[in-house]
Design a protein around this ligand. Sequence first.
Ligand SMILES: *Cc1c(COP(=O)(O)O)cnc(C)c1O
Length: 223
Amino acid sequence: MSEIGRNIESLRGEIPAGVRIVAVSKFHPVERLMEAYDAGQRIFGENRAQELVTKVGQMPRDTEWHFIGKLQKNKVRSIVPHVSLIHSIDSESLLRLVAAEALTAGRVVDVLLQVHVAQEETKSGFDARELLELAHSGRIENVPGVRICGLMAMASFVDDERQISAEFARVRGIYEQLRAGCFAGHDEFCELSMGMSGDWRLAVEQGSTMVRIGTSIFGRREY
Ligand SMILES: *Cc1c(COP(=O)(O)O)cnc(C)c1O
């Protein structure tokens, strides 16, 4: 088995069965994605629209594509036909644009709302308060064209595990609040996308259902 295959096997051995692994393949060539595919990996995460669309054409049809990066409005149309989940909805206007493009394409797109809890201002996402206000406004419960399936977040890039855990716990708290509140009765609102190569264990402890792993599968990225 390839090294990438072995990395996936060993992650599968460690990550609880109910938690899905998104193989973050950005910047890696399709040959490396195929090694993961051959090891049974089907969900791949990309953060640039053009790269995702190019790879879609080169990978087997049953590959599932997740978009995990900052989504430019002028790129929405190009990815909508190909993605099974967009993790990174960070504004109401982006949500509405994805919904409109999905309707035009004759489909419904699953999305996550990205929450900003990290200390770095460069990371995107709704502020917690902004998200709760939006949710309580009643404007996003039923938007034709999209299904809101949960939340996504990134923790701060720090060594302090207590800080990282506290940030994930905060996201979990918001998720529970929404699940009991405006998304009550929406069974599809059940995903928490949290955790990357360096912090997935802490994320899983805090209830992550989906981890986004790049480096621990594919090795370091060449930019
Ligand atoms: C690149 C990226 C990852 C994967 O990071 P690794 O540390 O390589 O596992 C996860 N999530 C997002 C949003 C990313 O951009």
